[in-house]
Ligand binder design. Structure first.
Ligand code: MN
Length: 235
């Protein structure tokens, strides 16, 4: 048997704690749904017509994953660092071209997440037709709570809300998702062979806004989990 050796220690596997379970959930990929609540799409100036559009996605490197409760430094090269509160789906079973009616079989559980964004850079990229990476693939920007095991459960409703320093900024309901959990899993699996450990951030409701150093974010998805993040001074 051969033993692979590396020039230096390979990067650590990214993982999240699982509520009530001693083993951690190893992370594979991080997928994000864009514009999945009507009121948020409108506030971004890009309303969605589901009858003629399909969902769209972007990805972030797994290395951007950050556990809830962390303090992150205000990131470089932005003056408009935004919070986006999101319900996160953890995939537990591989699948390709998954039918909507089978989507629940691929769900391991859920988390409460934040898709932190350099909004200034994202909008420049969007409006110039450039990739979103510098706006979205921000170090420490994919925040997630512990994963709550809910195998086979499709969440269809529940308050999703976020406060900054105790003041409510986002307050909506998961039942306002434009593309629901079954539709997202089915559609995303047309493009990717979904794998255990893939996380899908399902999109943010309206009310996104900027944070500054010293701010404390607290969000929750009813019946799932809470997520917290503190912002420290830039490096
Ligand atoms: Mn988002």
């Amino acid at each position: 048997m051969t033993h692979t050796t590396y020039l230096w220690n390979p990067p650590a596997v990214q993982s999240l704690p699982v509520r009530g379970v001693s083993e951690r959930l190893p992370i594979n990929r991080l997928f994000f749904v864009g514009r999945n609540y009507h009121a948020h799409a409108v506030e971004m100036g890009k309303p969605v017509d589901k009858s003629v559009e399909r969902p769209f996605y972007f990805t972030k490197a797994p290395q951007t994953l950050t556990h809830s409760g962390t303090t992150v430094v205000y990131p470089p090269e932005t003056n408009n660092f935004h919070f986006e509160m999101e319900l996160v789906v953890a995939i537990g079973k591989a699948g390709f071209r998954i039918a909507q009616q089978d989507a629940h079989q691929h769900i391991y559980g859920y988390g409460a997440g934040l898709d932190m964004t350099r909004r200034d850079l994202q909008l420049v990229a969007r409006d110039k037709g450039r990739p979103w990476d510098l706006g979205k693939d921000v170090e420490q920007s994919s925040v997630c709570s512990d994963i709550v095991p809910m195998p086979g459960v499709v969440i269809e409703l529940g308050e999703i809300a976020l406060q900054v320093n105790g003041q409510t900024k986002q307050q909506s309901d998961v039942n306002k998702l434009i593309w629901n959990i079954r539709e997202i899993i089915a559609d995303l699996s047309l493009f990717y062979h979904l794998q255990p450990g893939d996380l899908i951030y399902t999109g943010t409701p309206e009310g996104v806004g900027a944070v500054i150093p010293g701010d404390k974010i607290h969000g929750h998805v009813q019946g799932v989990a809470e997520v917290e993040l503190s912002i420290a001074k830039p490096e």
